[in-house]
Write a protein that binds this ligand. Sequence first.
Ligand code: URA
Length: 212
Amino acid sequence: MSCQRQLKILDHPLIQHKLTLMRSVETPSHSFRRLLKEISILMSYEVFSDLPLQNIHTNTPMQSMESPVLSENTVCLVPIMRAGNGMLDGFIEIVSNALVGHIGLYRNKETLKAHDYYINLPKAIDVGKTVVLDPMLATGNSANTAISIIKKHGANDIVFTSILAAPEGVEAIEQKHPDVPIYTCSLDERLNENGYIIPGLGDAGDRLYGTT
Ligand code: URA
């Protein structure tokens, strides 16, 4: 993993290999979905490396012992709809007892500003680590809007995760929410005039669900 300020780039060979397959225009939706889920599973090892543990008493076939398990309500996963749902599939596979909230945002095609149309967050979001999921960190408008909403609901240990990031998006989060670490698999070159990441992988939602 390489780090710069609050930005953590997950450069594990398995992640980078799968990311290249995701980028290819030849990759069909069903493969894109599977790859996004697999990358999310791999990302979770890094994102959750500091989760708190508590000992419980357990009996092995040989003897009893004190052994660590995750504490209750330690994780809340919040996908930004709709592309974030593709990452949720992977993260929830690893932390199956996570709380899950949803934030629906759309971006105005002219201003590129994010507007919310759906917010449903668990009450206990203030208890543990909240992981925001959105495959594409582009302008940072959606990310910052989602993080602000989550903070208003009481969360204070928040991380943002994406598959790709543009330098503009990273800077936007670092400006508005410097307390929020960013995990991504690649820092790409730039945004184009329509707010798409270059070289990127296109529209993540469309590629996930086969829409255009
Ligand atoms: N959202 C996407 O799906 N792709 C981009 O390149 C930027 C934002």
